[in-house]
Design a binder for this molecule. Structure first.
Ligand code: AMP
Ligand code: MG
Length: 711
């Protein structure tokens, strides 16, 4: 739920305002994330409508997603729409109003006539009330007294939830929200018909370029007060739109998504104020320094981070891995995020338990609680009235020698430290009978026996699992420091490559590496950035690397990494002066080209899909995990009997595509590094050590399941 531009409109039902910016006119606040624009002053509703229509077109054409908030109700209390139009469809009511409301450039309009017509649908006075004088519009009561809000409620559910003082039926005397609704909805009805516009919460807004929402400046009132409007001389309405647009733009995406996720049922007809009930959070965002939540940026990588020791011809795998481990450091910054959106993200700092688990001693079973355990032999205890259940604790004290009915998870009442299982008890005449012995403390969980408040429950660098979310929810803070997901760009290089799905010219093949690499990165919980295919052309590759370095933290290329004529990745990195050709003693895998491009690490992978995948798993993934702040990740393998025979020469490590069947590791029939089908057949890799080996069926080999690489 990400928006590039946030706009907040303070609406008005009044006459055309003076040329000099004043209150009681229309103000538009705009925040674009990078900073706030000066609020726009509009003298009339027509001015505002054309300004907004132009803004919608401009932002949409620039590919910028926009949210526009208006500060008047988008609907009326439940039942009104049906009364007037015969349907509950809010847009039918918008259209009904659009047809009737007239609004002249000087602001003269017929809102009282239209309100009179609407009152005509109801028995008795109202519901619309309030007018400039007692004589005109006999259908509209001058005062509220005497109106019975029985056919429709006076306020919407969200007005009640937000403790708003206004009602959309009040037409005169501040707050004149009623007039703003009548003069606003026809404008919304027209804006909604523009390309790409959808209205929350009535429509699906997930893919809309422009999302229109209802907002309310009351949500940032504490911040507005803080700005000391009177002393500053700034017009209050202007401060409101400026601060509210800023607060919305600073709201982290997941929090915004949560606010928009599931508005209450009533909102389908009545509308809802986005952010209702979140005054403290929005005010905090409106005031504070830009809350990107980011800590200090980690230090950049050193230019020589990929340098290899001089004079080594083929670097052994372990040495190559050691070099990566010692030269690289985390480069992803950190931000505070809510726990519920933290799955797969990396903790930037240790998490300390704020609460103990369990917070209080409680029963581990359904049964009967009493004090002190029980000795060998028969026992009989009188039951007290009442029971203790999870969520409904027993307040009283259980006297010594008495017992109480207790259910799993119920806090132990005062006077209880032992619980006997209900299956081991007979109950009759308000008494329980059972046989001892039973240890004191049996079937009871102690407070903090799992986690004590103050413990480090999860360390910095932890990539959070579903179980971690349970742990954090039970004991941790609601928001944790997370590393920003590492953005990893993927580029395929080669004149022969065609986009998957496109027809092939002679000599072409489909790009198989890029879909695979992007998918692997997604599995590793990085943020893949697809940079497409580049032909074997140095200029084109240079431009693509520049673009990738702009958008991503790390770049993966495949193909063109050797030292041949068409190996432009290595040539360019060498030219940039920060390239190393890593000739690693590994099969499959031709040289890797490692380097920095515009300060961003580049992993130049071999073009062969098998080598590209193996090199990504063995070399790139642990390096990426380090850069992402997760620390060095060793895949966990185990030893199994081989189901195959193979002779292996000394001098390099080999990885075979493998899987387990009947407890033995079998390997793919062909070792050809272009055999993509074998990659798909495999469920893991067999790793054969650097030395010479002759493996016979039944001999132990090391197997690493793909799951150990987080695939
Ligand atoms: P290179 O490393 O560029 O010399 O490529 C080695 C082999 O891998 C050649 O047969 C290429 O056609 C093939 N290859 C390179 N990139 C890809 C790719 N993205 N998808 C499938 N095969 C590729
Ligand atoms: Mg090539």
């Amino acid at each position: 739920m990400k928006f590039d531009t946030h706009v907040v409109v303070d609406w008005s039902a009044g006459k055309r305002a003076p040329a000099r910016p004043s209150k009681d006119s229309i103000w538009i606040g705009i925040s674009r994330g990078t900073g706030d624009d000066e609020p726009v002053y509009c003298r009339s509703r027509q001015d505002a409508e054309s300004h907004l229509a132009a803004l919608i077109a401009a932002e949409r054409d620039a590919g910028r997603r926009m949210m526009i908030g208006f500060d008047f109700p988008f609907g009326y209390p439940k039942g009104l729409a049906r009364k007037i139009t015969g349907t509950d469809d809010v847009f039918a009511l918008w259209a009904w109003l659009e047809e009737r409301i007239s609004d002249l450039p000087d602001g003269a309009n017929n809102r009282y006539d239209v309100a009179s017509e609407m009152n005509g649908f109801f028995d008795g006075p109202g519901p619309f009330w309030g007018k400039p004088n007692e004589r005109d519009w006999p259908e509209i009561p001058y005062r509220k007294a005497g109106i019975v809000f029985d056919e429709v409620a006076e306020k919407r559910h969200c007005d009640l939830a937000g403790k708003a003082s206004s009602s959309c039926f009040q037409l005169a005397f501040p707050p004149t929200v009623g007039g703003q609704v009548l003069m606003g909805l026809p404008v919304l009805s027209r804006l909604r018909r523009l390309d790409g516009v959808a209205v929350w919460p009535f429509e699906d807004t997930s893919d809309a370029a422009v999302v229109v929402v209802e907002i309310w400046p009351g949500l940032i009132e504490p911040a507005v007060k803080e700005v000391k409007v009177r002393a500053s001389g700034e017009i209050r309405d202007r401060v409101q739109v400026r601060l509210l647009a800023r607060a919305l733009s600073r709201l982290p995406h997941d929090e915004l998504a949560e606010l928009m996720a599931a508005p209450p049922q009533e909102s389908h007809e009545e509308g809802w104020i986005l952010g209702a009930g979140h005054v403290a959070r929005l005010s905090e965002l409106a005031l504070g320094a830009p809350d990107t939540g980011e800590g200090p940026e980690p230090p950049p990588l050193r230019n020589d981070c990929f340098a290899l020791p001089a004079g080594v011809n083929w670097t052994p795998v372990d040495q190559a891995l050691d070099l990566l481990r010692t030269r690289l450091n985390p480069i992803a910054g950190a931000e505070k995020s809510p726990v519920r959106s933290a799955l797969g993200r990396v903790l930037a700092s240790d998490v300390i338990a704020e609460r103990s688990n369990p917070p209080a001693a409680n029963s581990a079973v359904d049964g009967f609680g009493f004090a002190g355990g029980a000795s060998e032999g028969k026992h009989r205890l009188q039951l007290v009235e009442g029971r203790a259940a999870a969520g409904a604790p027993y307040d009283g004290k259980v006297p010594s020698g008495r017992a109480i009915r207790i259910l799993t998870g119920a806090p132990l009442p005062e006077g209880v430290d032992t619980v006997i299982l209900e299956e081991d008890v007979t109950v009759a005449d308000g008494q329980i009978a059972f046989r001892g012995p039973l240890k004191r403390g049996a079937n009871a969980r102690k407070a903090g026996e799992d986690v004590a408040a103050g413990d480090v429950v999860l360390p910095a660098g932890r990539r959070l699992t579903p179980a971690d979310l349970a742990l954090l929810s039970a004991v941790g803070p609601a928001r944790v420091d997370l590393r920003r997901a590492l953005r990893v760009a993927v580029i395929s290089t080669g004149d022969e490559l065609a986009e998957p799905g496109k027809p092939l010219n002679p000599g072409q093949i489909h790009d198989a590496n890029r879909p695979m690499l992007l998918a692997m990165l997604a599995r590793f919980a990085f943020e893949p950035v697809d940079m497409g295919i580049v032909p074997d052309d140095r200029q084109a590759l240079r431009a693509r690397l520049d673009a990738a370095a702009e958008q991503a933290d790390v770049i993966l290329t495949s193909g063109g990494a050797s030292a041949g004529d068409e190996d432009h990745v290595s040539a360019l990195l060498r030219e940039a002066g920060a390239m190393q050709e890593w000739r690693i003693a590994v099969k499959p895998g031709r040289p890797l080209a490692l380097g920095l491009w515009a300060g961003k690490p580049v992993f130049g992978l071999p073009g062969n899909p098998v080598a590209a995948m193996v090199c990504t798993l063995v070399f790139a993934r642990p390096a990426l995990c380090l850069l992402a702040g997760e620390g060095w990740q060793e895949p966990q393998g185990f030893t199994l009997p081989a189901a195959f025979e193979k002779r292996k020469k000394p001098g390099r490590r080999e990885y075979l595509r493998a899987r387990i069947r009947e407890g033995r590791a079998e390997v793919f029939a062909s070792e050809g590094s272009g055999r993509i089908s074998g990659l798909s057949w495999a469920e893991g890799l067999v790793e054969l050590e650097d030395g010479e080996r002759h493996i016979r069926p039944g001999d132990p080999v090391r197997y690493i399941p793909f799951g150990s690489f987080a695939l």
